[in-house]
Design a protein around this ligand. Structure first.
Ligand SMILES: NC(=O)C1=CN([C@@H]2O[C@H](COP(=O)(O)OP(=O)(O)OC[C@H]3O[C@@H](n4cnc5c(N)ncnc54)[C@H](OP(=O)(O)O)[C@@H]3O)[C@@H](O)[C@H]2O)[C@@H](O)CC1
Ligand SMILES: [K+]
Length: 494
């Protein structure tokens, strides 16, 4: 049977609310109905069993009371009719079912699918299918359902989520306590932004997509809430080097940081800027660190900074400043930070640069800020009214408040400016290693110095960084060193 889904995900994403709002109209405009979409959803799920889960013969489906359960009942019937052993465990009294879900239930019941309301033993199933909640999920998971999902995690069955893992919010990416953890999630109609970032990404497992035949009509009705740019569109913005270019026209990056005992961070950022193609890289660091930053990387111009006038001189020569790696927060750091706010060109601010920015309420004239969630919350301050768990709100709010591009790190890094958000595709668990952030800020600085616009540079840098980590981590994610990325960054940039 031909696969009715794809792992090649679209380049635009929407909120789960938009899908709910426009799915009916999109179905009508495509000459079909919602009940037909439910049949198509069930068929697409069934084709996954015919293609990727062929050996699965014993299947348990968990069903709620909404249309997500409707999809599960359609799938259950199709699986049963092809001779598989199928049980649907309904988590609600089936008399509560209405509309399309009720019809799908009745069809399954009439086809003699085993439908139970008492919890079966989970041990013997090859696949457990989650059809409990989809786009209609709100708030917290009832405790009993949390317990059930936790039991599911303990058994070896493959876990498949229908549309959205139950307990994940497809708009905000917020994951409710005890949410279902899938190995595969098949999502329908449009890519939901909430599945692509933060903890939600881990709950989805591999994400596959099917349009149910209404994507064109849907895209006519709804504006994407985020982009999800692929390799080609990101790399298409990278300026190429002409044969007659020379180091002085490939951008001069000044990297500021590396307080006592933190030479490694500034060295990684500086080397990353070189590896990402900056023509010249100057380093402003603590005088104690000059020799060790320079050691083995003689292409760097390393300066020990004793007073801020020295920094001013370096600032006057640079095209882009990267500040923060290993900077610290002591008097030396505060003086450098304060001076750095006079820089009238592009700044990339990371690590303690962000903490000083949050404390001092100073602003850069144009900046890319690269916080992780903790730094983002500090930048936000108290009483902001923003839902701190909602990565999209957090990134959008920071972009406005700091008039900056925001790179909100973490799985599915968000890159935001005042008018748009892109969700990064690359990345792996190895990204949680020391020094990874320092390297990222160096790459962003180098790409801007070579003439890329900050938003495009931040997007490409995050992508390259994640991809380099993925390639480098092929032999195991633990124990990977941040500096292992350098060779891959070089190759990726061609
Ligand atoms: N429309 C169609 O025909 C098509 C729809 N499709 C499929 O339908 C899905 C959307 O269906 P849906 O809108 O019915 O919502 P769904 O996610 O099943 O659950 C809603 C139910 O959950 C309940 N509930 C919510 N939160 C809760 C909580 N915290 N704790 C407890 N209960 C909670 C809520 O109860 P309520 O609060 O309203 O009483 C309500 O009963 C979509 O993801 C896709 O899979 C596709 O097949 C295409 C065609
Ligand atoms: K689900």
């Amino acid at each position: 049977m031909e696969a009715k889904y794809t792992a090649n995900l679209p380049q635009v994403a929407y909120s789960a609310q938009q899908v709910q709002q426009y799915e009916e109209q999109a179905a009508k405009n495509s000459g079909t109905s919602l009940s037909n979409l439910m049949l198509r959803a069930g068929e697409s799920l069934f084709s996954l069993f015919e293609n990727d889960l062929v050996s699965a013969q014993h299947i348990l489906l968990l069903a709620g009371k909404g249309n997500n359960a409707g999809d599960a009942y359609v799938l259950a019937r199709l699986l049963y009719q092809t001779g598989r052993a199928v049980t649907v465990y309904s988590l609600c009294d089936t008399t509560l079912l209405t509309g399309d879900a009720l019809q799908a239930y009745q069809a399954a019941y009439q086809a003699k699918v085993d439908i139970v309301t008492k919890r079966p033993c989970l041990d013997s199933y090859h696949v457990i299918v989650d059809g409990v909640f989809g786009t209609g999920f709100r708030g917290e998971l009832p405790e009993q359902i949390q317990k059930l999902f936790s039991e599911c995690e303990k058994v070896p069955a493959n876990k498949l989520s229908i549309d959205i893992p139950s307990g994940v919010n497809g708009t905000t990416s917020v994951v409710a306590k005890g949410a279902f953890k899938a190995d595969i999630t098949m999502t329908f109609i449009a890519l939901k932004q909430g599945l692509l970032t933060g903890k939600a990404k881990a709950h989805c497992g591999q994400l596959v997509y099917t349009s149910l035949g209404v994507a064109d009509a849907f895209e006519q009705l709804a504006q994407p809430s985020a982009t999800y740019m692929d390799h080609e569109s990101l790399f298409s913005r990278l300026p190429s080097r002409s044969v007659d270019c020379y180091k002085n026209i490939c951008g001069h990056v000044l990297v500021v940081g590396g307080n006592k005992g933190m030479a490694g961070a500034i060295r990684l950022a500086a080397e990353a800027a070189l590896r990402a193609g900056a023509g010249l890289v100057s380093v402003a660091t603590h005088p104690d660190n000059v020799a060790c930053v320079l050691q083995g990387r003689y292409e760097l111009m390393v300066h020990g900074i004793e007073d801020v006038q020295q920094l001013s001189v370096l600032m006057s020569k640079a095209d882009v400043m990267v500040i923060g790696p290993g900077l610290g927060q002591d008097e030396w750091a505060q003086a450098l930070f304060s001076q750095s706010t006079q820089f009238a060109k592009q700044v990339v601010c990371d690590a303690d640069g962000l903490n000083l920015l949050a404390q001092t309420k100073k602003r850069y004239c144009c900046a890319v800020l690269t916080p992780h969630m903790g730094e983002a919350k500090r930048l936000l301050g108290v009483k902001s009214g923003v839902d701190e768990a909602n990565r999209f709100e957090l990134a959008a709010h920071l972009a406005k408040a700091y008039d900056a591009n925001i790179v909100l790190k973490g799985p599915g890094t968000l890159i935001a400016d005042e008018s748009r958000i892109n969700i990064n595709r690359s990345g792996c668990a190895a990204m949680a290693s020391a020094g990874m952030g320092d390297i990222l800020s160096g790459i962003i600085g180098a790409l801007i110095a070579q003439g890329m616009k900050p938003f495009a540079a931040a997007n490409l840098a995050v992508y390259i960084h994640g991809l380099a980590a993925q390639i480098a981590a092929k032999e195991g994610e633990k124990g990977l060193l941040a500096s292992d990325l350098f060779m891959h960054i070089r190759r990726l940039l061609g």
